[in-house]
Design a protein around this ligand. Structure first.
Ligand code: CP3
Length: 335
């Protein structure tokens, strides 16, 4: 029997929707902070036993149906030869941003061994989970990762990266080609190592218009999603107007944020599964509101095959871990 998450992605009828949380590892967990007191982020991510441990912490604590591998969307970018610092509470910082044809030409495709620690961690995690629980492998969306590479830091408008797209489309597409090749190999290797599902996190793609998305991003996302070799989840935020184009680019399941009620988002996605979409900020409010919001999500999904219960974006650092545990139990009770 396939893991519940895989069966949902295939839109098999299920007794209850699978539940897990984007960014469930790290962040709010004291057991994660204890590991991080002794090791840096990259040390954890690149030591298979530590990576597996941190990946499994939220599964043990919350009894979620999936383990999302502990890595970052910038992990494969290190293997391209770019220096990235993950500054806690800020995000990825790139000291020498990629802005010219020469900058793109300096990127080199990774050696196959570059991903060995993550692949080993996947084997460990797969071995520790029950058969009904899934390993989620992932990569960043090409726009979101390029955003950090070109801007050099988190941004609100993504003006530098959008200007590069408009002014130097050949440099843009060369960069996309490098990222799509790298990420295609990266996700396919994760699946061969035991990942059951692959998620593409294009978190900031919502800053684009639908036509810019189709011209500059969709073909590259399509290439990565087609390369995975396992069911895929295609996620972004601020995507209300992009959902049809994202679904066309690919993904067995489309991730929805909280800005549209789940049933309205699902109507825009069409003939696919959907994942979402409780507002992560709701978890900072009183429990009655959390429970009501969870009921609303489930009522709008109405038991249709293909729903995966999740937040509309990642768990926020200030979230009380017990609220997540209680939310998992509640989703199971209600459904
Ligand atoms: O459940 C998990 O957390 C699994 C691992 C994971 C991380 N990053 C670890 C991480 C995943 C799935 C990601 C994805 C990621 N990273 C995304 C897509 C999802 C999203 O939230 O939109 C994005 C945009 C990033 C980029 C990134 N990396 C940011 C914005 C930050 C800093 C913000 C913060 O959380 O402090 C990071 C750093 C990062 N990635 C941390 C973790 C646990 C925090 C740094 C640390 O613990 O040292």
């Amino acid at each position: 029997m396939d893991p519940l998450l895989v069966r949902a992605a295939k839109r098999e009828p299920l007794e209850r929707p699978p539940v897990w949380f984007m960014r469930q590892a790290g962040r709010s967990l004291p057991e994660y902070r204890a590991v991080r007191e002794r090791y840096s982020f990259w040390e954890v991510a690149q030591t298979p036993e530590l990576c597996a441990e941190v990946t499994l912490q939220p599964v043990r604590r919350h009894d979620v149906d999936a383990a999302v591998m502990f890595a970052d969307i910038m992990t494969p970018v290190l293997a391209l030869g770019v220096d990235v610092e993950l500054r806690e509470g800020v995000g990825p910082i790139v000291d020498r941003p990629i802005r010219s044809a020469a900058d793109v030409a300096r990127l080199r495709q990774p050696e196959p061994e570059a991903f060995a620690p993550l692949l080993e961690a996947i084997r460990i995690v797969r071995g520790e989970l029950r058969a009904d629980q899934a390993v989620v492998g992932f990569c960043g969306g090409p726009f979101t990762v390029a955003g950090y590479l070109v801007e050099g830091k988190p941004s609100r408008e993504y003006a530098t990266v959008k200007a590069l797209m408009y002014c130097e489309p050949s440099v843009w597409h060369a960069l996309m080609d490098v990222l799509a090749s790298c990420f295609s190999g990266y996700v396919a290797a994760q699946v061969r190592a035991g990942a059951d599902v692959v998620q593409l996190f294009d978190s900031w793609v919502g800053v684009l218009s639908p036509s810019d998305y189709e011209e500059f991003v969709a073909p590259w996302s399509a290439r990565i999603l087609a390369a995975a070799g396992a069911p895929t989840i295609h996620f972004g935020t601020g995507t209300a107007t992009l959902l049809p184009a994202m679904a066309k680019a690919g993904g067995d399941v489309i991730g929805l944020d909280w800005r549209l009620p789940l049933d309205e988002g699902w109507a825009r996605v069409g003939d696919r599964g959907v994942q979402g979409n409780l507002d992560p900020v709701a978890l900072l409010g009183p429990w009655q509101r959390v429970e009501a919001a969870a009921r609303d999500v489930l009522a709008r999904a109405a038991g249709r095959p293909g729903h995966i219960f999740n937040l509309g974006h990642g768990v926020l650092p200030g979230t009380e871990p017990d609220v997540l545990t209680r939310l998992v139990a509640t989703v199971r009770e209600i459904d």
